[in-house]
Ligand binder design. Sequence first.
Ligand code: LLP
Length: 393
Amino acid sequence: MYNSELLNKLKNIQTPFYYYNIDVLRGTLEAAISASSKYGYHIHYAIKANANPRILNIIQGYGFGADCVSGNEVSKAVEHSFDNSKIAFAGVGKTDFEINTAIDANIHAFHVESVHELEVINELAEAKDKVVNVAFRLNPNVDAKTHAYITTGLNENKFGINPWELEDLVERCSDFKNLKLIGIHFHIGSQITDMTVFEELAIKVNSLMDWFEDKGIELPYINLGGGLGVDYENPANKIPDFDAYFKAIYDNLKTRENQEIHFELGRSLVGTCGDLISKVLYIKNGLKKNFVIADAGMTDLLRPALYKSVHVVENLTSTLENVVYDVVGPVCESSDVFAKDLSLPKTQRGDLLCIRTTGAYGQVMSSNYNLRDFAKAYYSDEVYEYQEETILA
Ligand code: LLP
């Protein structure tokens, strides 16, 4: 992918920067649509994974809905012309301002995470003389078998309403004159690669749907959240296994007639289209370690420091013999490490490094800690246009 023609262009751009391959993005979106449409499933894009405006425009262009977890994400979805009737709003701590923003935007549904929140949404909707759609976000106690920080569907997690609260809740529903219960929602975690986890989720959802049916409550809207993982170890494997994912659900979920099945995919749609490109500042040979000090740091890509996540790091410009290094960033934190004991071609000041598969939860989780600048983004289909104006002096 990074052939010499492309490298010649990239090497003159101020680093670090995110580089998005638009063909990969489009190919991934098309694969997701083709796999989900076999079953008539609906996909919302989880904006939290990457809210870059160009990426949002492309995703919106394919007709995806939006899954939002803040009022600003709702506004962003509206600004980027996502269909309001395809916007869902989840989150354990929605403020009054955020709820009002979403009510005013006439979104599809609020995914409500507690009884207390239902009372507040009802009150705010009443003040506007509106009836709004809600879906209960339920905590199914299914282990996503992923990193603890991105596990959300276990009893010990803060997310969702617990099944034992449902009885009481459903009884109280008639008090909430300004809410319409349309369905149930789940999201059990992220970077899930074991398909049996989704099978288990579908089976839990079946028993919850039975419970509602016994009470005579119809649920036209079932949302199973996101979570499908990408292949961080093999960056060349660009397209996540959407076929296996939707099939795991389809084979196990007992969908009722007139029920729509929705998903909220983030990482699997955008993870593989982005890389973080960085330049080597210094080489430091220690007693125990050799360090490559890159100009990208944890402020540009937080995932390794926060989750000890693995992103393949490559030297794009050296062809020398391999040496073992720790690849670190410039930030004043010992956790600012991209890779430990990594065998790379002998690396020198000025070499270009590529930190792979950073399209999801990369740019969007950047900070300006240490008052560092935010990394810019460049796109494969604009490579000719930006070259002239961004060349460094
Ligand atoms: N729906 C809800 C309610 C969510 O909270 C999330 C992600 C998604 C959908 C999308 O999940 P995905 O398809 O991307 O797995 N920063 C972490 C990931 C946090 C995920 C938060 N919620 C990371 O870098 O791994």
